[in-house]
Design a protein around this ligand. Structure first.
Ligand code: NAD
Length: 503
C-alpha cells in the first residue's frame, strides 16, 4: 500500500468516532451539546462533510467560564511540581497520538502531512518547555530601599479565554494553552469554526494526563456568538487571541466593559529583503520556504519579496522555475508540498487576487490558476513587476502567493519594507554586517531574521508591532501576560510616618 493510501486508511479509522458522535463541547470534564444545535464541518480536500460540531453560544460560554472559575483556586494552589508532572504527561500524550493529530489536522484544514507531522510534535514541545518553567513562574525580585524590603511575586491572573485561528490550529492552541496552564490559570478555549477536530483531541489528551475537570474547557462555535460571549464574560480575566487584525479590534472593543487584558497576535505582510551581496542560493531556498510552506497560510510568511534590481532578473527566473515545480496534491501524501486552501470563502479570497494583480498592472509569472473543482486547490503563485502601492503588496492574502518588488538602494528597500500597516516579521539577506545592523535597527517588525528563514526558539519573544499585534509570547513573556505582578513592601525599621491631624 502506498503511504498515501495507508494514511487515508488510518484517517478513516480516526474519523469514525467523530462521524458517530460529532464533536461536543467539553465543559467541566463533561461532554455537552451546543446551545445552538450543531454546524457541519467539511474537508477542503473534497468538500465532504466530516462531522457535526456543537454550535456553542453565550450559554455554553457561561457554563465553561463558571467551570473554569470553580476549578481555578485548586489549580492555582496545586504544588508546582505536581502541575509540572501533568504538563509533561500531556506532552507525552500528544507524542503518543501525534499521527492521529497530524492526519486529522490535514483533513480538517488542507495542511500537508509533510508539515503537520512536525507541528503536532511542536505542540508536545510547547508543553515540555512550559512544564520546565512552572517552578520559577512565581519568582520575583527583592528591591531594597532605605526603609523597606520590597519584594515582588507573580500570581496567575485567573480563568482566561484562548481564541485560535484555523492555520496550524493544534500547534497554535498549545502555544497559548501550555503557558496559561503552567502559570496556574484555567482556560476556556474557543477553536476556529473551520478546524475543530484537533482541539477536541487536545482536551481529551489533557484530561487523560490528569488535568482536573474544568481546568481546560472547549467550546466550539463562531466568532460573533461564542467568541464574542467569551470576550464579554466577567469571570474571564484575559483573552489570548490569534487571528486577523480586524478581529483583534473587535476583541478589544468586546472586552472593554469588563476591562479585559488582551494579547493579540494578528496578521502580517512580511518583507524578505534580498541584497545582491547575499548568499543567493540560500536566500532562494528561504524565500520559497517562507511563502509556500504551510500552504502560505502562515502569519510569519514572507509574502513580499524585495529584490535588488542588479540581481532581480536572474533571481526571479530561478524562482519561477522552482515555484512551477512545487508539488500540489493530496495533503496526506507525504510528498505533497501544498494542499488545498482551508475553506471555500478563503479560496475565493485568495483566488480573487489573481485578477486584482492583473488589474493593478502586475505580471502573473507563475501559478495564478486553480486546480480541478474537487477541493480548494490552487497553484503556487508569483506576481512580478509589482510596486508597493498595489493591493497585492499591501493586503494579507494568506495563501501560497508571493509579490516581488524591485529596489535599487538600501534606503529604498527600507522605505518599501516599512510602508505597510503590518509589522510582524522581516527577513534580511546580506553579507554586509554593518548594513544588517543598520537595517534591522530601522525595520518596523516584532521579529527579524538575518540570513535565515523563521527558526523559532521558544525562549525568544514572539509577536508583532503596528497592525500585527499587541504583546509577546515565549519564554517569560508568556507569564507576564497570564500572571499579575504583586509588590509587597516590608518596613525594616521605624521610619518616619508623616503625621496628619496630630497635635
Ligand atoms: P479570524 O480572525 O477570522 O478568526 C480567528 C478566531 O477568532 C476564530 O476562532 C474565530 O471564530 C474568532 N472570532 C472571529 N470573530 C470574533 C469575534 N468578534 N469575537 C471573538 N472571536 C472571534 O482569523 P482566521 O481567518 O481564522 O486566521 C487567519 C488570520 O490569523 C490571519 O490574519 C493570520 O495572519 C492570523 N494569524 C496570526 C498569527 C500570529 O502569531 N500573529 C498566527 C497565526 C495566524
Amino acid at each position: 500500500m502506498s503511504k498515501l493510501n495507508d494514511n487515508i486508511a488510518k484517517l478513516d479509522g480516526y474519523l469514525g468516532r467523530f462521524r458517530k458522535t460529532g464533536i461536543l463541547n467539553r465543559i467541566a470534564g463533561q461532554d455537552v451539546a451546543g446551545a445552538d444545535g450543531v454546524f457541519q464541518n467539511t474537508s477542503p480536500v473534497d468538500k465532504s462533510v466530516i462531522c457535526d460540531v456543537a454550535h456553542g453560544a453565550a450559554a455554553d460560554i457561561d457554563a465553561a467560564a463558571n467551570a473554569a472559575h470553580d476549578a481555578f483556586a485548586a489549580w492555582r494552589d496545586m504544588p508546582a511540581l505536581e502541575r509540572k508532572k501533568i504538563l509533561i504527561k500531556i506532552a507525552e500524550g500528544i507524542e503518543a497520538r501525534a499521527e492521529e493529530i497530524a492526519l486529522c489536522e490535514c483533513w480538517d484544514t488542507g495542511q500537508t502531512y509533510k508539515f503537520m507531522s512536525k507541528a503536532a510534535l511542536r505542540g508536545a514541545e510547547n508543553f515540555r518547555y512550559f512544564a520546565d518553567q512552572v517552578v520559577q513562574a512565581r519568582d520575583g525580585q527583592q528591591l531594597q530601599s532605605p526603609t523597606l524590603m520590597n519584594v515582588t511575586t507573580r500570581k496567575p491572573i485567573g480563568p482566561v479565554g484562548v481564541i485560535t485561528p484555523w492555520n496550524t490550529p493544534f500547534m497554535l492552541s498549545t502555544w497559548k494553552i501550555a503557558p496559561a496552564l503552567a502559570a496556574g490559570c484555567t482556560v476556556v478555549h474557543k477553536p476556529a469554526e473551520a478546524s475543530p477536530l484537533t482541539a477536541r483531541l487536545l482536551v481529551e489528551i489533557a484530561e487523560e494526563a490528569g488535568l482536573p475537570p474544568g481546568v481546560l474547557n472547549t467550546v466550539n462555535g463562531f466568532g460573533e456568538g461564542a467568541g464574542k460571549a467569551l470576550c464579554e464574560h466577567p469571570k474571564i480575566k484575559a483573552i489570548a487571541f490569534v487571528g486577523e487584525s480586524r478581529t483583534g479590534s473587535l476583541i478589544t472593543k468586546q472586552g472593554a466593559d469588563t476591562l479585559k487584558r488582551n494579547h493579540l497576535e494578528l496578521g502580517g505582510k512580511n518583507p524578505v529583503i534580498v541584497f545582491d551581496d547575499a548568499d543567493l542560493d540560500r536566500a532562494l531556498d528561504a524565500v520559497i520556504f517562507m511563502i509556500y510552506s504551510i500552504n502560505g497560510e502562515r502569519c510569519t510568511s514572507s509574502s513580499r519579496l524585495l529584490i535588488q534590481d542588479t540581481i532581480r532578473e536572474e533571481f526571479e527566473a530561478k524562482l519561477i522555475e522552482r515555484v512551477n515545480n512545487i508539488k500540489v496534491g493530496h495533503p496526506l501524501d507525504p510528498a505533497t508540498e501544498i494542499g488545498p486552501l482551508v475553506t471555500e470563502e478563503h479560496f475565493n479570497k485568495v483566488t480573487s487576487y489573481f485578477d486584482i494583480a492583473k488589474e493593478d498592472g502586475a505580471t502573473v509569472a507563475a501559478g495564478g490558476v486553480t486546480i480541478g473543482d474537487e477541493g480548494y486547490f490552487v497553484r503556487p503563485t508569483l506576481f512580478t513587476n509589482a510596486n508597493n502601492k498595489m493591493r497585492i503588496a499591501q493586503e494579507e492574502i494568506f495563501g501560497p502567493v508571493l509579490t516581488s518588488i524591485p529596489f535599487s538602494t538600501e534606503e529604498e528597500a527600507l522605505s518599501i519594507a516599512n510602508d505597510i500597516d503590518y509589522g510582524l516579521t522581516g527577513y534580511v539577506w546580506t553579507n554586509d554586517l554593518t548594513r544588517a545592523l543598520r537595517f534591522t535597527d530601522a525595520l518596523e517588525a516584532g521579529m527579524i531574521w538575518v540570513n535565515s528563514e523563521n527558526v523559532r526558539h521558544l525562549p525568544t519573544p514572539f509577536g508583532g508591532v503596528k497592525a500585527s499585534g499587541i504583546g509577546r509570547d515565549g519564554g517569560d513573556w508568556s507569564f507576564e501576560f497570564y500572571m499579575e505582578q504583586k509588590h509587597i513592601g516590608f518596613a525594616t525599621g521605624q521610619h518616619k510616618i508623616t503625621k496628619l491631624g496630630a497635635l
